[in-house]
Ligand binder design. Structure first.
Ligand SMILES: C[S@@+](CC[C@H](N)C(=O)[O-])C[C@H]1O[C@@H](n2cnc3c(N)ncnc32)[C@H](O)[C@@H]1O
Length: 252
């Protein structure tokens, strides 16, 4: 299936079939299209659409030279922001070797340098430091919770193995490992930004708590959802405007 997402911003992300050059019809000018297998879609385009169209937020995230997207999947967020900020380098990190092929194809489409690193959190990462780390990691921490969400959203989590890679951080281990090590790979005054849907698991306070001595080492800013998806995404009727958030942690 070829899906096209038209975003209300001047750069677009477009899902497309794995092996095809972009075949989407009627793509607007200034389209940014990436190679990816649709099964690796993990929510990044939602945040591009609903958060990164907001110039105030972009200003808070803006860096000069480099970014990393950890838990990158196909790298929607990283390619989008590196392009938008005119950076020199984008690094992508994921535990799933299957996503590397997409990066190999996508990177020739950009004029900044990009690298893919296979790593569990930053445990096996040996690449350079960056100015900004973007993260849309798995959101639930127990298998039971994973099963509940997968049952609720069967189209999103059709395959158990891939579904768990997208959604399940068993025992919060990814976050513990990542928050322990992130400072080693951040330049001075570097920032980390988490993209989260808070009603399906980990909260902003959970994230802050994962950083050893978090408040001493980082300044945190919680940014709420600026609008709600008219498609009724996640069907949170009660309190839709708090359903997604960005947490920015800036190194002191
Ligand atoms: C919610 S998806 C986000 C995908 C993509 N960033 C997006 O925005 O669509 C989570 C991603 O985290 C990756 N992942 C899961 N556990 C990981 C770990 N321990 N270390 C690195 N990546 C991990 C998965 O393979 C998956 O690509």
């Amino acid at each position: 299936m070829v899906k096209q997402h038209c975003l209300d911003i001047d750069v677009f992300a477009c899902e497309q079939e794995w092996t095809n050059i972009c075949t989407c019809d009627n793509l607007p000018e200034n389209t940014l299209s990436l190679y990816h297998d649709p099964k690796h879609f993990g929510g990044g385009q939602y945040f591009i659409n609903h958060f990164f169209s907001d110039n105030n937020l972009l200003e808070k995230l803006k860096v000069e030279n480099s970014l990393m997207e950890i838990c990158s999947g196909p790298g929607y967020i990283g390619y989008f922001l590196a392009h938008k900020f005119n950076l020199q380098q984008a690094i992508f990190v994921d535990i799933n070797p299957e996503v590397e092929e997409g990066h190999t194809k996508t990177k020739d489409m950009f004029d900044f340098s990009s690298e893919f690193h296979l790593s569990n959190a930053l445990n096996d990462y040996t690449g350079p430091k960056v100015d900004l780390i973007m993260a849309a990691p798995p959101h639930v921490v127990t298998e039971e919770h994973y099963n509940d969400v997968a049952e609720l959203l069967p189209d999103w989590f059709p395959e158990e193995k891939q579904g768990k890679l997208i959604l399940l951080d068993e025992g919060f281990q990814f976050h513990i490992d990542f928050c322990r090590d992130a400072h080693k790979f951040l330049n001075d005054n570097g920032k980390i930004a988490f993209c989260f849907f808070n009603e399906i698991g980990i909260s902003s306070d959970d994230l802050k708590g994962a950083f050893p001595n978090g408040d001493n080492n980082y300044t945190f800013e919680h940014i709420r959802h600026p609008e709600w998806d008219e498609d009724g995404y996640l069907e949170n009727e009660d309190d839709p405007h708090q359903a997604a958030f960005i947490l920015i942690a800036t190194r002191k």
